[in-house]
Design a protein around this ligand. Structure first.
Ligand code: DQA
Length: 153
């Protein structure tokens, strides 16, 4: 019997202040905690036989460093909510371009219905896909897409 090839992992990256989900502006971001979101994603990945790594940081450089590690770590897809760095960070955009791992940009809220400064993203034009306004389900949709793509590649 031929063993199936080792599947790549999916890396979920959560940007600044997302560690406060559950209590942070629940009218905008909902009441699910980050741990609940990550647990749900881990279950979905586990059911598909793919490993999942989740990382949250409030620090731009730490996110850049984590993205650099993705290349060696057999990461097939990155799902990233850059949070406020969406609107400011050339450094994180450049890191994603440098490792050339396909990524999906996720926002809990519909940033296009909010303040004008949230309408511009440094990521959307280089992302494989963008999801905004679906709440925590947006992460699940992104992960489902990544898993489907990894199975066919
Ligand atoms: C966010 C939207 C950003 O504008 C904001 O700075 C966040 C979260 C979202 O998930 O809706 O922190 O990325």
């Amino acid at each position: 019997m031929v063993l199936s090839a080792i599947k790549s992992s999916v890396l979920i990256i959560h940007g600044p202040n997302l560690n406060l989900l559950g209590t942070r502006e629940p009218g905008v971001y909902g009441d699910a905690t980050l741990a609940q979101i990550n647990d749900r994603l881990a279950g979905l990945a586990d059911a598909a036989g793919v490993s999942l790594q989740a990382f949250q940081s409030n620090h731009e450089g730490a996110i850049v460093d984590r993205i650099h590690e993705a290349k060696a770590a057999q990461i097939g897809y990155i799902v990233i909510n850059p949070a406020a760095f969406t609107h400011t960070s050339v450094a994180i955009r450049d890191a994603l371009a440098a490792v050339a791992v396909p990524f999906i940009e996720v926002h809990l809220s519909n940033v296009h219905r909010r303040e004008p400064f949230r309408h511009h993203s440094y990521f959307s034009d280089v992302a494989e896909a963008v999801i905004a306004g679906m709440g925590p389900y947006g992460y699940e949709a992104a992960l489902g897409y990544a898993l489907a793509r990894m199975n066919t590649n």
